[in-house]
Design a protein around this ligand. Structure first.
Ligand SMILES: Cc1cc2nc3c(=O)[nH]c(=O)nc-3n(C[C@H](O)[C@H](O)[C@H](O)COP(=O)(O)OP(=O)(O)OC[C@H]3O[C@@H](n4cnc5c(N)ncnc54)[C@H](O)[C@@H]3O)c2cc1C
Length: 444
């Protein structure tokens, strides 16, 4: 069973016109809508399923600066600031806690990598503590494994994925945003090469600006408009335990497991590390082979190629479709891949060996989500040169929940033609087509 996000009831009558349409009710779409609604801009969000029912409720809930690529650091620093004030900003609970993140090192080589990142983080004002050997037990008392050390970032945090995006959506609505669930957008209407509105399954709506925050569906959605966005999906599995009083408050990451405390007193646990990444081959794997070559080479030791039902399913996706007939977005309301259970069993075993406290766990739920990945694992938050009025915010490559509040705000600023809160260059769409070198983030 996947996690069930807090329900957000739908609005009922699609208006004929608005200023900005947001496609997708994940963390990015709702944060963009909140920013727009706070500025008094008429905004309408369409979600084909339920708010946060795909990646944004299925993630681990980590709001992490630690280990980020330098291109993302300014945005994640802003995002952590937004998370800290989110409850008071929206008068609702998103479950944010500044719990700190500890990444454990098995070897001196790993520890040296942490040392290097600690110094990069310090350059951006992020305080870290490099722990040597037994110093790890200052934070984790019940430790049965000897570690070379670890990196502790006290200002990192966690939020509750099932609460956060729904709460933000409700806050946006209270400021005037319209939120439609179970309403797929079939395509964008254009006039003279510019955005002129969108076509939903419940009718057309005019607008001059669209924010496409459709997660793993964005590449396919844009294909109908002749826009090439190289994007692939990677299945990622996790489970949660029943409440376990007395366990660690900090989030722990190591090769072999990752765990963070939940606000219900249980833990969300996954395999963590780069030990094994199951990858479902699909027609897109061949379509975007050239762009993804460096990332695939970098991850070659951990990638496990699989031929699953995703291939046949996605082979049936049309490349072009008419707005008048139902689309795949109505057929697959919620992308709900099956978890890879043997990886979760490994995580359960590994964490029990390292921390005997976790041996007593009982699993309440396990699930998977499809992470949307770009060739450099850096998101696209960008205007679309070939379609004025279209802003893309996608490709968060497995770390978009933490960065969501700032990324959504960034997309809203682009939609309004305002100065974005960080340098937009690393996030532009054209980097995949203008001959720029594709440099995947270290650590994917
Ligand atoms: C198992 C797992 C663990 C993760 N752990 C973390 C973590 O700890 N920290 C972190 O920062 N990130 C994590 N992530 C990544 C994070 O969840 C995502 O990067 C983030 O949620 C992406 O948000 P989004 O809004 O772009 O996409 P989504 O949440 O996927 O939302 C996109 C929405 O668009 C809708 N949509 C698509 N097409 C249409 C259409 N045509 N019409 C209407 N609606 C449409 C979809 O139904 C979907 O709800 C994890 C992801 C997974 C799967």
């Amino acid at each position: 069973m996947p996690p069930i996000p807090d329900p957000v009831p739908t609005d009922t009558e699609v208006p004929h016109e608005t200023e900005v349409v947001v496609i997708g009710g994940g963390i990015i779409g709702v944060c963009a809508s909140l920013t727009l609604a706070e500025q008094g801009i008429p905004v309408v969000l369409f979600e084909k399923g339920e708010i946060a029912a795909e990646q944004s409720s299925r993630n681990w809930g980590w709001c992490r600066q630690q280990g980020r690529d330098p291109r993302e650091i300014p945005l994640i620093v802003q995002s952590l600031n937004l998370w800290r004030s989110m409850n008071s900003r929206i008068q609702r609970n998103v479950g944010f806690t500044e719990c700190g993140i500890l990444t454990l090192a098995q070897s001196d080589t790993e520890l040296e990598k942490h040392r290097a990142w600690a110094s990069l983080g310090e350059d951006h004002g992020i305080k870290n503590k490099l722990l040597l050997g037994p110093e790890v037990t200052q934070h984790l008392t019940d430790c049965a494994t000897t570690w070379a050390g670890g990196l502790f970032t006290p200002s990192d945090g966690r939020a509750e994925p099932t609460l956060a995006a729904p709460a933000i959506a409700l806050a946006a609505r209270s400021l005037g945003a319209k939120i439609f669930t179970n309403t797929a957008v079939r395509t964008i209407d254009t006039q003279s090469g510019c955005v002129d509105g969108v076509v939903t399954e419940h009718g057309r709506i005019k607008c001059k600006t669209v924010v496409v925050a459709a997660g793993a569906w964005t590449g396919l959605f844009l294909r109908n408009l002749g826009i090439r966005l190289p994007q692939l999906k990677v299945r990622s599995s996790a489970f949660r335990t029943h409440p376990m009083p007395g366990g660690p408050e900090i989030s722990i990451y190591a090769s072999g497991f990752a765990a963070r405390k939940r606000s219900d007193g249980g833990y969300t646990i996954a395999l963590g590390g780069r030990t094994r990444i199951p990858y479902d081959i699909t027609p897109d794997s061949f379509r975007y082979l050239r762009e993804f070559a460096s990332l695939a080479w970098m991850s070659r030791k951990s990638l496990r190629l699989r031929l699953s039902d995703r291939f046949t399913k996605e082979k049936r996706y049309a490349s072009r479709w008419a707005a008048e007939s139902p689309t795949v977005f109505e057929d697959e309301r919620i992308l709900n891949p099956a978890p890879v259970v043997n990886l979760l069993q490994q995580a359960q075993q590994n964490i029990g060996v390292s921390f005997p406290f976790f041996k007593q766990m009982s699993i309440a739920e396990q699930w998977a989500g499809m992470i949307d990945v770009t060739p450099d694992a850096i998101p696209v938050i960008s205007e679309t040169p070939d379609l004025p009025g279209c802003v893309i915010a996608t490709g968060f490559s497995g770390h978009g929940f933490g960065i969501g509040p700032a990324a959504g705000e960034f997309a809203a600023h682009l939609a309004l033609g305002q100065k974005p809160l960080v340098d937009p260059k690393p996030f532009r769409l054209q980097r995949f087509s203008d001959g720029s070198p594709i440099t995947p983030i270290a650590g994917i």
